[in-house]
Design a protein around this ligand. Structure first.
Ligand code: NAD
Length: 480
């Protein structure tokens, strides 16, 4: 059975405890590899290694750091198929999605920040003949990056790429549920010649090794993506230590469909926004608000297209919906299906597990599920489920839909379907979300600010925002 190892000081090493966690293939429910069960001793080693690397890495020219990262991106490109298969097996997502979406995006993350750092500059503020101010942006030092299981390598690289490009050394922790591609990535870092200690990957449980990263005195900034509750805990520990914090948390995103939309596009993209990656994307639109005059027509077509999505073995070409990432998450989604029924929801499609054949008979599969007839303020419509479960809700006016859309504690993303430009701008300005898509979904430009309002997070990632987060700002005022 394959043993995943930590990557510390440029080497692949066992955890000090020599203990391992079972890593399960969600499409079979079987253990298929072992993940280090690291603890604070491994974090201590990683910090020591980062300390010995920080001077030379932060003083290296941006273009030299960039060259090493571009070599790494090239190696990822070479191994794209291998990484995609590993991601699909580890996470449960369809292989085509990993191959065409996530792994290419992980490569883009490295490429984007490797080239971006060569264009990064800071400001100066002239006070005429009196003085000149200039801003220095220096690497912070040692930073912690903690990522979740839904888009494993994609979100892992989204954090570490700007951190190391900006000259920091990183202690990173992938999710214990999906540690495989970060391990393959570590092998590529060695092959690319990334200097030892620049990136250290320590695997294990969140409350054990994750919290050791958050509380370590020498790790002065934390970039975290994951659940809102975990974000709260991280803020509780890191806040009093005055660490720089970037928190990308949960969502319960509204998808608003007006009667004047391009109907075909709105339906097919809403299906995609609901069930891609089994609905396990923080940006999925799980509450679909439909203007009453087209509600029945939209519902019929939406359910028809949902029914065509094939749930199956993630490695099969025709699978549209793969396995739920873990038994625990599978149970959580099933409990929300029961809750939706108890709250009076009318099941329009799905609502059941799927029993596949052969080795997939013990996998974690759930049919895409659609409910209607649930009030906007019930638990099903307020809490993040993070699975293939959506609700359809009719609305009458722009004000009504805004009240309902803004009613949750979350504020990550929103999608608007309308051909009326003035209306699109009006809703975009008033909806409380960090990201708004008009007539599209998940169309990403890596230069744009990414992040959520309210309980969906603090801070923004992407483009210059990421470089600003991963650097310390200092103003120097020179009297002339
Ligand atoms: P999670 O919060 O359980 O875990 C995320 C990471 O934090 C994992 O690596 C975990 O081991 C670690 N962790 C857990 N407890 C910790 C602690 N006390 N201290 C430090 N680290 C700890 O989240 P998850 O279940 O892996 O991911 C799903 C969640 O992530 C959903 O809520 C989803 O919306 C959110 N998410 C948000 C975004 C975004 O960009 N806003 C993107 C993807 C996922």
């Amino acid at each position: 059975m394959q043993k995943i190892l930590n990557y510390i000081n440029g080497e692949l090493v066992e955890p000090i405890s020599k203990k391992y966690l079972e890593n399960i293939n969600p499409a079979t429910g079987q253990i298929y590899s072992q993940c280090p069960d690291s603890d604070e001793r491994d974090i201590e080693l990683a910090v020591k290694s980062a300390e010995s690397a920080i001077d030379s890495w932060s003083n290296m020219s941006a273009s030299d750091r960039s060259k090493i990262m571009l070599t790494l991106a090239g190696l990822m490109e070479r191994d794209l198929d291998k990484l995609a298969i590993a991601e699909s097996i580890d996470q449960g997502k369809p292989l085509w999605l990993a191959k065409n979406g996530e792994i290419p995006r992980a490569i883009s993350n490295i490429h984007f920040f490797a080239t971006g750092i060569e264009h990064f500059s800071s400001e100066s503020h002239s006070m005429g003949k009196h003085a000149i101010n200039y801003t220095l942006r220096a690497p912070i030092g040692i930073v912690g990056c903690i990522s979740p299981w839904n888009l494993p390598l994609y979100l892992f690289t989204w954090k570490i790429a700007p951190a190391i490009a900006a000259g920091n050394c990183v202690i990173a922790k992938p999710s214990e549920i999906t540690p495989m591609t970060a391990f393959l990535f570590a092998e590529l870092c060695i092959e690319a010649g990334l200097p030892k200690g620049v990136l250290n990957i320590v695997n294990g449980l969140g409350p054990k090794v994750g919290s050791a990263i958050v509380s370590h005195e020498k790790i002065t900034a934390i970039s975290f993506t994951g659940g809102t509750k975990t974000g709260e805990e991280i803020a509780r520990v890191a806040g009093p230590k005055f660490k720089k914090l970037s928190l990308e948390l949960g969502g319960k995103n509204p998808n608003i469909v007006f009667a004047d939309c391009n109907f075909e596009k709105a339906v097919s993209e809403s299906v995609r926004a609901s069930f891609t990656n089994q609905g396990e994307i923080c940006l999925c639109g799980s509450r679909i608000f439909i203007e009453r005059s087209i509600y029945e027509k939209f519902k019929t077509e939406f359910v028809k297209q949902t029914a065509k999505l094939k749930v199956g073995n993630p490695l099969a070409e025709d699978t549209k919906v793969g396995a739920i990432a873990s038994q625990q998450h599978f149970d959580k989604i099933l409990s929300y299906i029961e809750l939706a029924k108890q709250e009076g929801g009318k099941l329009l499609f799905g609502g059941n597990t799927v029993k596949l054949e052969g080795e997939n008979a013990t996998g974690f599969f759930i049919l895409p599920t659609v409910f209607e007839n649930l009030p906007f303020d019930c638990k099903t419509n307020q809490e993040e489920i993070f699975g293939p479960l959506v609700t359809l809700i009719p609305f009458d006016t722009e004000d009504d839909v805004l009240t309902m859309a803004n009613s949750t504690q979350f504020g990550l993303s929103c999608t608007i379907w309308t051909e009326n430009l003035a209306r699109a701008h009006n809703i975009a300005a008033k909806v409380k979300s960090g990201i708004v898509w008009v007539n599209c979904w998940l169309l990403r430009d890596l230069r744009t600010p990414f992040g959520g309002m309210k309980s969906s997070g603090v801070g923004r990632e992407g483009g210059l925002e990421a470089f600003r987060f991963f650097t310390e700002t200092k103003n120097v005022c020179v009297k002339l």
